[in-house]
Design a protein around this ligand. Structure first.
Ligand code: FPP
Length: 252
């Protein structure tokens, strides 16, 4: 993947961690009289393109919201078609992601997924474990409230077992129990399709993120739209009048 920064983006203005709520596959398909499934297939191409852009622009971490806790309530056929699509996409893309030095991680209630998809996830994480390029996190069967509740339970267990004092619980100790433990908080959240909501995505982690919304539907989210979001982020950085490092000092 070649590296070409647009003139408007200096390296220090590039967000370290970008999180994306990929929305609008269904509406994109409907506008074309196509099935929702073809919208999701086009969404996979957009995801691939956004990964390439993140690598080219020097983003360190990219987190994609692929399937939420709430998405289980979609029609059964759509859910199983989506799961199949995830398996196929992983099968097809893993080699190239690995060759591009991408380190893959999955977060969410992965125990709820089919064994076949879980196997692929395990294989992808294992194979890319030692990679040092873009850290790509895919949120599957993920919900921010679920994540916070699980972290709370883990801390409560430690208190019950006498391993932790309640008075010792702070931001750092709490964040260490979240699915995103060890990753810096997202600096920039992008959501497509005109909706301006967080929709139970990384509720804890997004506390200080810049939020950027676009009417563009996810299958049409290409490099130029990603660059618009990055330029917006860069302009916010300049407006704050601090150095990039100061602004990005908030760690999870
Ligand atoms: C968003 O559009 C679609 C999803 C959240 C489902 C899955 C996402 C993809 C297939 C994109 C590819 C992702 C990866 C990581 C392989 P929607 O169905 O909510 O659209 P609508 O709001 O217009 O109905």
């Amino acid at each position: 993947m070649s590296v070409s920064l647009p003139n408007s983006l200096a390296n220090s203005d590039v967000p370290r961690h970008v999180a994306i709520i990929m929305d609008g596959n269904g509406r994109w398909a409907k506008d074309r009289n196509q099935s929702r499934h073809s919208g999701h297939r086009a969404g996979v191409s957009s995801a691939r393109q956004s990964i390439e852009t993140a690598v080219e622009r020097g983003v360190e971490q990219l987190t994609l919201f692929a399937f939420s806790s709430e998405n289980w309530s979609r029609p059964k056929e759509e859910v199983s078609a989506l799961m199949k699509l995830f398996v196929e996409a992983l099968q097809r893309e893993l080699g190239e992601l690995h060759a591009s030095d991408v380190k893959l991680r999955f977060i969410g209630e992965l125990g709820l997924l089919d064994a076949g998809l879980r196997d692929k996830i395990f294989e992808a994480e294992q194979q890319t474990e030692a990679n040092t390029g873009l850290r790509l996190t895919i949120a599957l069967a993920y919900g921010g409230r679920w994540d916070i509740i699980e972290a709370t339970k883990a801390l409560a267990r430690q208190v019950t077992e006498g391993l932790l004092q309640i008075s010792d619980i702070n931001d750092e100790i709490f964040a260490a129990e979240l699915q995103t433990a060890g990753a810096p908080c997202p600096d920039l959240l992008i959501r497509t399709s005109g909706e301006q909501r967080i929709s139970n995505f990384l509720l804890w982690d997004l506390a200080y993120a810049e939020l950027w919304f676009t009417d563009v539907l996810w299958p049409e989210f290409d490099q130029s739209v990603f660059d618009e979001a990055l330029s917006y982020y860069a302009s916010k950085q300049r407006r704050f009048g601090h150095t990039g490092e100061q602004v990005k000092a908030v760690e999870c």
